[in-house]
Design a protein around this ligand. Structure first.
Ligand SMILES: [Zn+2]
Length: 293
């Protein structure tokens, strides 16, 4: 557990994946070899040439609210286009319960963006229907993301398989009246606000937590891997606007370094977060959190 002033943050792991080196643009074995002194087996599997990738949900407890940042891949979802998230059966809700949180206890879900691995536990299958997993929560999501993925709007241009996460994990939330659509720069609660970080997804938002003079930033998929702190030009092939993803990453790194903000991304390997510090010779270094989260 991490404390940011009076706010407590816990990582709830859903699954660990191996992301092939080939899923990244602008990096190869030479660039990896040059960083080996700090970039070890916790982040990269040399034998398989793949990055260690966590899929997790961040549990955020303030004195008054129980919040989840993103909701992973989910169970029983039909994902022909994303085999790693297809018809999963993982004990995520049991893991959440180990942190003392029942489905009914969650007040707020903050969805950084609406990709397949960030919306899955929004809903669960009950009697053949997708229903909200967290019935007492308001689900905060980007209006731009909804517009881009709703098959009745921009999502119509996507292949049917790519529409599935919206249809089974977002539309039922809207239908249940639990969605709050935002621009991406709102204050959500005391010490919690949103920052637009577009590129990986058009309406991607960071979530900034400030309490007791400390700051943490959930940066979602603005960076998938710690090595992108050293090599900010490196993108995942999953970034929808490659150029904008690079621009946003550069701005975010400067912000995190200048504000000593703890970054808590969507997919970094153990310890799953850390700080960004400037190198006097140019660029940045990643300083992993001490202790597992
Ligand atoms: Zn992701």
């Amino acid at each position: 557990m991490i404390k940011v002033g009076t706010i407590e943050i816990t990582r709830i792991e859903e699954m660990m994946l191996a992301e092939p080196l080939a899923s990244f643009v602008g990096i190869g074995p030479d660039e990896l070899a040059a960083q080996r002194d700090w970039h070890g087996a916790e982040f990269f599997n040399e034998a398989e040439q793949s990055f260690v990738t966590s899929v997790h949900v961040w549990l955020v407890k303030t004195p008054t609210l129980t919040i989840l940042v993103d909701t992973g891949g989910g169970n029983a979802k039909d994902r022909p286009m994303s085999p790693r998230f297809h018809m999963r059966d993982v004990p995520f809700l049991d893991e959440l319960a180990k942190s003392g949180v029942r489905r009914e206890d969650v007040n707020l879900i903050l969805l950084t963006h609406l990709h397949v691995d960030h919306v899955g536990w929004n809903t669960m299958m009950v009697d053949g229907k997708w229903v909200p997993t967290f019935p007492n929560a308001t689900y905060v999501m980007s209006a731009k993301e909804v517009e881009a993925r709703d098959p009745k709007q921009g999502g119509a241009a996507r292949p049917p398989g790519a529409q599935a996460p919206f249809i089974d994990s977002v539309q039922p939330i809207i239908d249940a009246g639990l969605a709050r659509l935002v621009e991406g720069n709102e204050t959500i609660a005391e010490g919690i606000d949103l920052m637009p970080i577009p590129g990986h997804a058009p309406g991607q938002m960071a979530i900034r937590i400030r309490s007791g003079g400390k700051e943490a930033l959930f940066i979602a998929d603005a960076m998938h891997q710690p090595i992108q702190v050293r090599y900010p030009h490196v993108n995942s092939k999953y970034c929808e606007d490659q150029e904008l993803a690079r621009k946003t990453r550069a701005e975010l790194l400067a912000y995190a370094a200048d504000h000593d903000a703890l970054i808590l991304p969507g997919h970094f390997g153990k310890p799953h977060g850390g700080h960004v510090v400037r190198d006097p010779k140019g660029g940045y270094h990643f300083v992993p959190l001490s202790g597992a989260v």
